[in-house]
Design a protein around this ligand. Structure first.
Ligand code: GRF
Length: 195
C-alpha cells in the first residue's frame, strides 16, 4: 500500500479530503501530516482522523532555509512515504529538499498553471478579466509552481467576484481534484486529468 505524507501550513482542508479519500478508498495510507506551523488547525484535524502529526516551526530558523528543511526532513523520512503531498503548504522548498522526493511530490496551486504562479492568484485572475479560474495539481520540481501538470479543475469567474468569493468556488473544486489526481498517481497514471 502506498504511503503518503502530507505537508500543511494552515487549515488543511485539502489534507482532510485526501485523508478521507485514502481511508475510504483504501488505495493508499496517510502516514504523516507535517506542518511548519505548530498552531496549524489542520494538525488537530489530522490527529482526530488518526493520522500521526508533527510540527517543525520554521520561525526559529530565520533565513536558514536549509536548517529548517533538514529538521523537517527527519520525521518525513522516518515515516517512509512513497508520495509527499503539499496541501496549503506555504514555504518555498529548496531544490535539495525537492530532490529527496523527485517525481513523487505533488502540490495543489490555486490557479490554472502556467497562469499565475506564486501568490494572490485569484486577485490576479479577476484583475486580468479572466472568464475562468481554477486549481492545478502538479508534480513539484525545483522551479516553484512549475512541474508537470497532473490535473486541473476550472470554474467560471463571476461578475462581482472578490478574491474571497472566487477562492471559495475554487476550493470546492480543489477538494474534488486533489483526491482524484492522487488516486490516479498511485495507479501510475500521469496523463493530466481535467475536471
Ligand atoms: C488553497 O487555496 C490551496 O490551493 C492553497 O492553500 C489554500 C488553503 O488550502 N495551496 P488548505 O485549506 O489549507 O488545504
Amino acid at each position: 500500500m502506498k504511503r503518503v505524507a502530507i505537508l500543511i501550513s494552515g487549515g488543511g482542508s485539502n489534507m482532510v479530503r485526501l485523508v478521507e479519500d485514502m481511508q475510504a478508498g483504501g488505495y493508499a495510507t496517510p502516514v504523516l501530516v507535517a506542518s511548519n506551523d505548530p498552531s496549524a488547525a489542520g494538525l488537530e484535524k489530522a490527529a482526530k482522523m488518526g493520522v500521526p502529526v508533527v510540527a517543525v516551526d520554521h520561525r526559529p530558523f530565520g533565513k536558514d532555509r536549509a536548517g529548517f528543511e533538514a529538521e523537517l526532513l527527519k520525521p518525513i523520512l522516518a515515516a517512509k512515504p512513497d508520495i509527499v503531498c503539499l496541501a496549503g503548504f506555504m514555504r518555498v522548498l529548496t531544490p535539495d529538499f525537492v530532490r529527496h522526493f523527485e517525481g513523487r511530490m505533488l502540490n495543489i496551486h490555486p490557479s490554472l498553471l502556467p497562469k499565475y504562479p506564486g501568490l494572490h492568484t485569484h486577485q490576479r485572475a479577476i484583475e486580468a478579466g479572466d472568464a475562468e479560474a481554477g486549481a492545478t495539481v502538479h508534480e513539484v520540481t525545483a522551479v516553484l509552481d512549475d512541474g508537470p501538470i497532473l490535473g486541473q479543475a476550472r470554474v467560471p469567474v463571476e461578475a462581482g467576484d472578490s478574491p474571497e468569493t472566487l477562492a471559495a468556488r475554487v476550493l470546492v473544486q480543489e477538494h474534488r481534484l486533489y483526491p482524484a489526481v492522487l488516486r490516479r498517481f498511485v495507479a501510475g497514471e500521469r496523463g493530466p486529468l481535467s475536471l
